[in-house]
Ligand binder design. Structure first.
Ligand code: SF4
Length: 315
């Protein structure tokens, strides 16, 4: 059965929900083995890497239930306005020296102010001139703004859909799912690669996960971040159990079957879910990229350890 589903994915077919269910119920090692074969066939064994700088933290008007930066909850996450360009430059140069290929400027909020947009534009051209793939995650932007940033050197635009349309009202009430979908569509329309994925372990079920993966495939996003909930004190998700390693690896493997030719990038929550050998485990499940270094409000894995892993070949 798994082999037949593998053949379908290999031939470019979209697996249906009942086939996804067979992968969810199937032997994990077997499912991951085929997921690795799809990864190797479509994206090769090269590990894509990215790192971020937190350019503006906290005070977000939105109420995403998992987020430490929402002003609706009392968390201990840092709060600061948009940082100086010199700080972004310093962070980008360090990332470049370590051999990381993509660098993302990340700021909280639904969309930047005109002053912040000018800083973002300056920062994009600076990061691009350092020789890094330049990415931003700064909320919703207009088509005109996206075009301006593309001209300034922007390579990719990150904007997570977070979860499926049907589950979204459970995790956010301050903006609509279509706001996020339209943000992704506008970036694609502006000719910019899009990095968009979700967060898992927030109470969603497998149908929601399938629904999200299919939408990301249909939209044509090139890179799909997979985040796992790391429950933050003060948010509605405080005290939630983190996903078990096996469940997290199965999510990666099933996503590889639905999105065989995309970069599956494991980002936030990696070291909350995986206690050891996280890089080895996510790649054995079929991932093809990961975020290295610190996350927005939480310390990440050791960047040197990650880069050392990346310089070895995947098996
Ligand atoms: S996920 Fe983004 S939009 Fe939602 S609360 Fe956090 S910073 Fe705001």
């Amino acid at each position: 059965m798994i082999e037949k589903i593998y053949e379908k994915a290999l031939g470019g077919g979209l697996i249906c929900l009942s086939e996804a269910c067979a992968l969810i119920d199937g032997d994990l090692e077997g499912v991951m083995g085929y997921a690795r074969r799809l990864r190797d066939r479509f994206t090769g064994k090269t590990v894509k890497t990215c790192a971020i700088v937190n350019a503006r933290s906290g005070h977000c008007s939105e109420d995403c239930v998992f987020c430490a930066q929402s002003s609706h909850y009392g968390t201990k996450a840092p709060v600061f306005p948009f940082i100086d360009i010199a700080e972004i430059e310093k962070a980008a140069k360090r990332v470049k020296e370590l051999g990381v290929e993509r660098f993302s400027i990340v700021s909280s909020g639904l969309s930047p102010t005109p002053e912040e947009f000018l800083k973002i534009k300056q920062a994009v051209s600076l990061v691009s001139s350092i020789g890094l793939q330049t990415d931003i995650s700064v909320g919703c932007l207009s088509y005109e703004q996206l075009k301006e940033l593309k001209k300034a050197g922007l390579d990719s635009y990150h904007h997570n859909l977070e979860t499926s349309r049907s589950f979204f009202p459970e995790i956010c009430t301050t903006h609509s799912y279509d706001d996020d979908v339209n943000a992704v569509k506008e970036a694609l329309r502006a000719g910019i690669d899009v990095c968009s994925g979700g967060i898992f372990g927030i109470g969603e079920n497998w149908e929601h996960r399938y629904e999200l993966a299919v939408l990301l495939r249909e939209l044509g996003v090139q890179s799909v971040p997979i985040n796992f909930l790391n429950p933050v004190a003060g948010t509605p998700k405080e005290g939630t159990d983190v996903l078990l390693e096996e469940e997290a690896m199965r999510i990666i493997a099933v996503y590889r079957f639905i999105l065989p030719d995309r970069t599956l990038r494991v980002c936030g929550g990696r070291n909350a879910v995986f206690k050891a050998d996280s890089a080895m485990k996510i790649f054995s499940a079929g991932a093809s990229g990961m975020m290295v270094g610190d996350y927005l409000t939480v310390k990440g894995t050791d960047i040197f350890e990650d880069m050392d892993f990346i310089h070895r070949k995947l098996d």
